[in-house]
Ligand binder design. Structure first.
Ligand code: KMT
Ligand code: NI
Length: 177
């Protein structure tokens, strides 16, 4: 995992968009925004992922393969949708099995994008109510476990005046002070 401020230069979303020089973001900074992170080697990952899932109450999981092969005719639509700025009313929990990609999360109150480059072995928890988006990188594939507590609440609410007033959004802002 590597996190840094997104440079906002127009162009391909799959490029790194790292400032020159880079403006790195620490794990402490991410934690202050409610973003949680673990590294668990993919070889024999099950026991450790099970342990964390047990501790955090992530009782269910499935696998998602974001690639042309994995998504078929939904590919273009999905890729576009993932990169719309949105929030969820539940955590978005991903353990990366293979490939790579970028999760962008909004820092509050600055409203700057922080880009989180993920790779195999990364377990990332994006809190409910935070604005975020996802893109593949130039390698164009990622395979991840999606963990969740009960029924998955994966509805993306694209950012608007309505989401600004969503109770989960307000609760999130309160939680980060
Ligand atoms: C999401 O909800 O944005 C995704 O599942 C995207 C990719 S998971 C690595
Ligand atoms: Ni999302």
């Amino acid at each position: 995992m590597r996190a840094y401020y997104y440079d906002n230069v127009p162009g391909d979303q799959r490029l790194p968009h790292d400032y020159i020089p880079s403006r790195p973001v620490s794990l402490e900074k991410l934690a202050s925004l409610g973003v949680k992170f673990w590294t668990i080697p993919v070889e024999g990952y099950e026991a450790e992922v099970d342990r964390i899932a047990e501790k955090e109450g992530y009782r269910n999981r499935d696998t998602i393969n974001v690639s042309k092969e994995g998504l078929g005719e939904l590919y273009e639509t999905k890729i576009k949708g993932f990169f719309e700025e949105h929030m969820h009313e539940d955590e978005e929990i991903r353990y990366i099995l293979s490939g790579s990609g970028f999760f962008d999360v909004r820092e509050s109150p600055s409203d700057e994008w922080i880009r989180i480059g993920v790779e195999p072995g990364d377990l990332l928890v994006i809190p409910e109510g935070i604005y975020h988006r996802f893109t593949l990188d130039e390698a164009n594939n990622i395979k991840a476990l999606r963990l969740f507590k009960d029924e998955p609440k994966w509805i993306p609410y694209n950012r608007s005046v309505d989401t600004d007033a969503n109770p989960h959004r307000l609760e999130y802002l309160k939680s980060i002070g």
